[in-house]
Design a protein around this ligand. Structure first.
Ligand code: NAD
Length: 489
């Protein structure tokens, strides 16, 4: 497929359409700065049209009226469509947001397809409840789809973030209006076409690309949207909850930022593995991961040894052309984000952290947006790089001397998304894991991930959980039906 054929128009009621006002924006590639296509710049009128289409589809039951087993079959076809178009989707994702093609194909396409398949397969295996009431009545407790679900997602894993929300929402029978990030809108639009080809009826899954305040806010404020599933920054997530309250009290679920602590004790069972995980996880996806372990706490007695090993690995992560199948560190999503990351590097230097590696823009001759993998040591908890989410390839290393101290430091964050602890002492592992305020705690690894387990955070990392059967809670309402039984026998 040639890049010039990428279609940036919205998809509303089963059709590709320009924004009603005719506005567009340029979709630029961070790989080399080239313009990939123009994209519909949707606003209030387009969101109104998409919500009206979604509402009509919900009310005439063209999708929610199907038996769960029938929706399952379509969801599985939808997943198969992603795999059948895997190369195309991976290339689009890489060009649009800069991640290495190797991971776009092996991680993003596969995870998104797996997610669609898993929720499809689950939906005809979930039973409702009968409450243990007195025998003079029967109380049925049933889940019903909410109606119209608005979905707003970020740019770091465009297909996966969309799939985590649209899969349970669609499988449960809702209609969806998705607003992808303006920085990476292309794969979401293509997913909606593949959904139609798989048999999801027109109007059930709509996509309105555009900027946050222009297309996202009208969705979050819409009086006919029943629920909003949001992934993005904590700053915008707070606004989403305000908008939900200001409008129709729609259910609002937010998956937000993180500043995850990774704690390595001197009795870590395998120091090489701990170093590989610490370095590999912060630099994966160019550091643009909400759960990246960006605060590394190393017990003082092993810090020199740990840093020596980390510095030996860092050069492997120097950025390269994301289209090269061997590349493991690609481009930062755009110039604005690259400049943000470089500003944080400057703040680390000026606040007194020691820059041990990287810290510079790279490959500027390509016209793309690249930053070297960066390691700071001598970081203290009050420094900006230790408190704020950078969302780039920047690791802050701190040292500690005992478990109580490190738990206090690790929990001293507004975020609580993930955490890790490395130790061979089972009591210490459990004790520290319990004490950490995080939605997920890893022990002696940082890679485990599965669609069957919930994903989400404590504190200002958000409200609600993506993935697992728990995600159905977000996109369904519980209804109780009381039936009186005047038994003749
Ligand atoms: P962002 O908050 O800037 O944007 C996210 C989405 O919200 C985009 O689609 C954007 O257009 C939209 N938006 C922006 N302003 C809006 C407004 N006023 N009203 C409605 N919508 C608006 O975040 P980002 O820069 O795209 O993504 C990075 C953030 O996402 C990081 O903080 C990261 O931690 C977070 N994230 C969290 C998870 C998670 O599961 N917890 C996963 C991925 C990313």
């Amino acid at each position: 497929m040639s890049i010039s054929s990428y279609d940036g128009r919205a998809l509303i009621n089963g059709k590709r359409v320009e924004a009603l006002g005719g506005q567009t924006f340029d979709c630029l590639s961070p790989v080399d700065g080239r313009r990939l296509t123009t994209v519909a710049r949707c606003g209030q009128a387009d969101v109104d049209a998409a919500v009206a289409a979604a509402r009509a589809a919900f009310e005439d039951k063209r999708w929610c009226g199907l038996a769960p087993a029938a929706r399952k079959r379509v969801m599985i076809k939808f997943a198969d469509q992603l795999l059948a178009h895997a190369e195309e989707l991976a290339l689009m994702e890489t060009l649009d947001m800069g991640k290495p093609i190797k991971y776009a194909r092996a991680v993003d396409v596969n995870s998104a397809a797996n997610c669609l398949r898993w929720y499809g397969e689950a939906v005809d295996k979930i039973y409702d409840e009968i409450a243990p009431t007195a025998s003079s009545a029967l109380a049925l407790i049933q889940r019903e789809p909410m109606g119209v679900v608005g979905v707003i997602v970020p740019w770091n894993y465009p297909m996966i973030m969309a799939a985590w929300k649209i899969a349970p929402a669609l499988a449960a029978g809702n209609s969806v209006v998705l607003k992808p990030s303006e920085k990476s809108p292309l794969t979401a639009l293509r997913l909606a076409e593949l959904a139609l080809e798989a048999g999801i009826p027109p109007g059930v899954f709509n996509v309105v690309p555009g900027y946050g305040p222009e297309a996202g806010s009208p969705l979050a404020l819409h009086m006919d949207v029943d629920c909003i599933g949001f992934t993005g920054s904590t700053r915008v997530g707070k606004q989403i909850h305000v908008m939900a309250g200001q409008s129709n009290l729609k259910r609002a679920w937010t998956e937000l930022g993180g500043k995850s602590p990774n704690i390595v004790f001197a009795d870590c069972p395998d120091l090489d593995k701990a170093v590989e995980a610490a370095v590999g996880s912060i630099f994966f996806n160019q550091g643009e991961s909400c759960n990246a372990p960006s605060r590394l706490f190393v017990e003082a007695s092993i810090q020199d040894q740990f840093l020596e090993k980390a510095l030996a690995l860092a050069p492997q992560y120097l950025p390269a052309n994301p289209l090269n199948p061997d590349t493991i560190m690609g481009a930062i999503v755009d110039k604005t984000q690259m400049e943000t990351v470089l500003r944080y590097v400057e703040s680390g230097k000026s606040e007194g952290a020691s820059l041990l590696y990287g810290g510079e823009q790279a490959l500027s001759e390509t016209g793309g947006c690249y930053v070297q993998p960066t390691i700071f040591a001598g970081v203290n908890p009050s420094m900006t790089i230790c408190r704020e989410e950078i969302f780039g390839p920047v690791l802050s290393v701190l040292s500690f001397t005992d478990a109580a101290e490190v738990v206090r430091l690790a929990n001293a964050s507004v975020y609580g998304l993930q955490a890790a602890v490395w130790t061979r002492d089972i009591n210490k592992a459990h004790g520290v894991a319990r004490a950490l305020k995080a939605g997920t705690v890893h022990v002696n690894q940082y890679d485990e991930d599965d669609i069957t387990v919930p994903f989400g955070g404590f504190k200002q990392s958000g409200v609600g959980r993506d993935k697992s059967l728990h995600a159905f809670d977000k996109y369904t309402e519980l209804k109780t039906t009381w039936i009186r039984i005047d038994s003749p026998v």
